[in-house]
Design a protein around this ligand. Structure first.
Ligand SMILES: NC(=O)c1ccc[n+]([C@@H]2O[C@H](COP(=O)([O-])OP(=O)(O)OC[C@H]3O[C@@H](n4cnc5c(N)ncnc54)[C@H](O)[C@@H]3O)[C@@H](O)[C@H]2O)c1
Length: 362
């Protein structure tokens, strides 16, 4: 097997997972890390047991065939373009850009250079969310018509960090892009229109909105709703509700998908580590609904594979790039998710229902 070297640009929290995948991949030999501040670059690379490097040396080195971008959002596009133009395969963290223009530019550069580009929508690799898709594809709920996602958390990002200081509807692209992307994936269709509302924010030091109620209309009258608020849940990042099962399950966290179809419904309840499936039937007196399948995940055994499977995604994407295959999620597909995010932002800014073909979305 021919091995290549890899580089991770931005070796903060998420970068560490990208590093882990590169170190574990049988297709990768050396792993380089880049941070703009040389002192931080050296210390983080020491911690992560990889080699510090400058951006210029990474770009100029033909042995570096694969680059992960895990730096702050506003740096993604410039770095991804440089890497694609230098002939690297690129896995870039979401969002694909801080504006729709930037996201479109990524598609143009990908097309022009013929480079491998995949955006990190790793929920496509989670055991839970892929099982939902399999249930839908198998026709077990009939035609999916209504997709409800409720996400309550308490991710009080720290004061004066790039996340807290970002403005506008930042969290839609930064965080909710994953869930809008899943809704699009489950309906397997291009949205028709979007309407989104955001109430006055509660977290005083955020420069951006902290809640979003996003309604998307899909063809044939199908509807997806995403309801996101911060603040209620009691446990927070330091006591990760996903890892620490018991108490936090019911302390205010909700991350649930309910997808209703014409023949049944499915549920993914992340904090309860549980999935369920209902079947509808007809009785002489009423329509009946029965739970016919239930799956639970043990976070101690399954780690995060059932949910945010970044490691699994990265190992797989490295293999695709190393073996000359195409990205599993195309850049155009990722662009459609970004378009949905920016349509929701535009709706919040203007108070209008935004059609997907609105000229303001370009
Ligand atoms: N897919 C997911 O579920 C998921 C989860 C968390 C974060 N992310 C994404 O990963 C990215 C990083 O988030 P994070 O939580 O690791 O943030 P972080 O602040 O922990 O890490 C970002 C790192 O990038 C470095 N950096 C700053 N400017 C840079 C530049 N120009 N070039 C290279 N590195 C630079 C910073 O010094 C820092 O070490 C963000 O885009 C975020 O949206 C994705």
């Amino acid at each position: 097997m021919k091995k290549m070297n890899a580089a991770v640009l931005g070796v903060g929290q998420m970068g560490a997972t990208h590093v882990q995948a590169a170190l574990e991949s049988p297709y990768i030999d050396k792993v380089y890390g880049f941070e703009p501040d040389p002192a931080r670059c050296k210390s983080r690379c020491e911690e992560l047991k990889i080699l510090p490097a400058s951006l210029e040396s990474i770009l100029a080195d033909p042995s570096v065939g694969f680059v992960s971008i895990a730096s702050p959002n506003e740096t993604h596009v410039e770095l991804a373009e440089k890497c694609m133009r230098a002939g690297k395969a690129v896995l870039m963290e979401k969002p694909m850009g801080c504006s729709l223009g930037e996201a479109r530019h990524m598609c143009e550069v990908e097309k022009e250079t013929g480079a491998f580009l995949q955006v990190g929508f790793e929920l496509h690799y989670s055991q839970m969310y892929t099982r939902l898709r399999q249930w839908i594809d198998a026709g077990l709920i009939g035609t999916p018509v209504n997709d409800q996602c409720r996400y309550y958390c308490c991710e009080f990002h720290k004061k004066n960090t790039w996340r807290s200081l970002s403005t506008g509807s930042f969290l839609i692209g930064e965080k909710l892009s994953h869930y809008l992307d899943l809704q699009r994936w489950y309906f397997d269709a291009v949205p028709e229109s979007v309407y989104s509302l955001s109430s006055a924010k509660v977290v005083p030091y955020f420069h951006h909105r902290d809640n979003h109620q996003i309604m998307t209309r899909y063809p044939d009258g199908r509807v997806a709703v995403l309801n996101f608020i911060m603040y209620i849940a009691e446990s927070h990042l330091a006591r990760d509700p996903l890892q620490n099962g018991k108490k936090e399950v019911d302390d205010g966290h909700f991350l649930q998908f309910h997808i209703c179809g014409t023949k049944g419904a499915v549920e993914a309840d992340v904090f309860k580590h549980r999935m369920r499936r209902w079947e509808f039937s007809d009785t002489p007196e009423y329509m009946d609904s029965k739970i016919v399948e239930e799956i639970t995940f043990d976070p101690k055994k399954d780690g995060l594979l059932y949910y945010h499977n970044v490691l699994g995604q990265n190992l797989h994407v490295i293999e695709l790039a190393a073996t000359g295959k195409k990205p599993e999620m195309s850049a155009v597909d990722a662009l459609n998710t970004m378009k949905l995010c920016f349509a929701a932002e535009l709706s919040e800014d203007t108070g209008e229902i935004i059609r997907f073909d609105d000229p303001r979305l370009g």
